[in-house]
Design a protein around this ligand. Structure first.
Ligand SMILES: NC(=O)c1ccc[n+]([C@@H]2O[C@H](COP(=O)([O-])OP(=O)(O)OC[C@H]3O[C@@H](n4cnc5c(N)ncnc54)[C@H](O)[C@@H]3O)[C@@H](O)[C@H]2O)c1
Length: 416
């Protein structure tokens, strides 16, 4: 076991407090942890994790460790790692941590290599960075890997491309596409946490402002609906005609970004695409506009275009970079265009990540139990895992639901 690489081991207590805050609120994961402690499904296995490193992720690592795993973990984004949480996790037995806040691209790559040096049998990836490395420079480690799980939409696009080429070397499961993940995490989690990031970093008023939300997918519809709840006038931009109609029917104005650019006080992208807001839009924006991204990579708001248009670039508040354009207008970019909810806040609420990480834990266990049944490729999470987590969550919330009678079940089945 290599020594952990973290910023400051003295931050253990502060990090521990953060983990202690979320743990009682992750009640599905608590139930899974109790079972894992008894059954030890991952006994003797190495698990490699690359996920945004904050308190909820730390608790997932502890749950996997309590299931018998040796866990090697890195953050998945240089600005989302919380150094105190990294310190607390590195102090745990059987967990190696490679991550610090504001790491350079080279340091991040070094962290991913360190995770792979632990020779993982199972992967928990977020954005497919570990998988990408295993299919390029570290292919010698791939033979140890029995399978893995992928957390986010963008990672799934990358894995699908690999699977279509027939290049994927082991089975990977699409955690993001499980209902108990994207219906709640992408929508309610990204919605609430992105506005937390926007508000705590700017301290500006949302009510009565005009908010432009780019995209109307799972994340962006959560962001748009939260903005509406905060009293903003919301404009949506989309490229998919069906999603655009959904946005219209949900009561939002829809228009191209070039037109929306004139109106917005706040702009928030979450499309998974590149160059969503570029020069043509920046040239039309109001003085003082605030720009942020909640998509996986920092390519949605074009930083090269912003730089090319600016006569000065300066830091004006923590996490706020101000671009002073040649005509004097000031555009404010949050968190260098990286995920505002994680780089500029604490990520999704604990109760939401409870469901996402329950999908991770149970799918990792499933991948292990069925390692001989799946060929290399890309797979959906079994529906039975969604149902199991939904029932555990309902029980945690003290909510009861109806059970179909035999007659009702037969009636529904008779149409199939
Ligand atoms: N911030 C977070 O914590 C968090 C959580 C989950 C997912 N994500 C990331 O957020 C991104 C979006 O995920 P999602 O699940 O909402 O995806 P999605 O596929 O449900 O939605 C993306 C939407 O963006 C639209 N779009 C694409 N290009 C566009 C453009 N140029 N202009 C306007 N709309 C455009 C698409 O038509 C689609 O409707 C991904 O990168 C994903 O990995 C972030």
């Amino acid at each position: 076991m290599k020594p952990s690489e973290i910023r400051d081991p003295k931050l253990v207590d502060q990090g521990r407090q953060k983990i202690d805050w979320v743990q009682p609120r992750m009640r599905v994961l608590n139930e899974i942890r109790k079972r894992f402690q008894q059954e030890r499904p991952f006994e003797g296995l190495n698990v490699g994790v690359c996920v945004h490193l904050e308190a909820k992720t730390a608790y997932l690592a502890i749950v996997m460790r309590d299931g018998g795993a040796h866990v090697a973990l890195s953050g998945s984004n240089p600005l989302s790692t919380q150094d105190d949480v990294a310190a607390a996790l590195a102090a745990e037995e059987n967990i190696e941590v490679y991550s610090w806040h504001d790491a350079s691209d080279e340091e991040m790559e070094g962290f991913y290599h360190s995770v792979l040096d632990a020779r993982p049998n199972l992967l928990v990836d977020d954005g497919a960075d570990l998988v990408k490395l295993l299919h390029t420079t570290r292919s010698e480690v791939a033979s140890d890997v029995w399978g893995g799980t992928e957390e986010t939409t963008t990672g799934i696009l990358r894995l699908k491309a690999l699977a279509q080429e027939g290049a994927l070397k082991f089975p990977m499961f699409a955690v993001n596409d499980a209902k108990m993940k994207h219906l709640f995490d992408n929508r309610y989690g990204t919605g609430q946490a992105s506005w937390d990031g926007m508000m705590r970093n700017t301290n500006l008023t949302v009510a009565g402002s005009t908010v432009v939300v780019c995209g109307y997918g799972w994340c962006s519809r959560g962001i748009a609906n939260c903005a509406k709840g905060l009293g903003a006038n919301v404009i949506v931009t989309e490229a998919d005609p069906v999603k655009a109609i959904e946005a219209v029917m949900d009561g939002f104005r829809v228009m191209p970004i070039a037109e929306a650019a004139r109106h917005g006080d706040f702009f928030l992208t979450s499309t998974g695409n590149t160059d969503v807001i570029t020069k043509a839009a920046f040239e039309r924006m109001k003085d003082g506009a605030v720009l942020a991204n909640a998509g996986h990579f920092d390519v949605e708001i074009s930083k090269p275009d912003l730089e090319a248009l600016s006569k000065e670039v300066k830091s004006v508040r923590p996490n706020v970079t101000q671009y002073v354009l040649k005509d004097g207008r000031r555009l404010n970019l949050l968190c260098e265009g990286r995920l505002v909810n994680i780089a500029g806040a604490d990520g999704h609420p604990a109760e939401i990540m409870d469901m996402s990480f329950a999908v991770q834990a149970l799918t990792a266990e499933y991948a292990l139990q069925h390692k001989d049944d799946y060929k290399p490729g890309f797979y959906e999470v079994p529906a039975s895992i969604d149902e199991q987590i939904a029932r555990l969550k309902l029980s945690a919330l003290d909510v009861e639901i109806d059970t179909l009678s035999q007659k009702q079940t037969q009636y529904l089945a008779s149409w199939r």
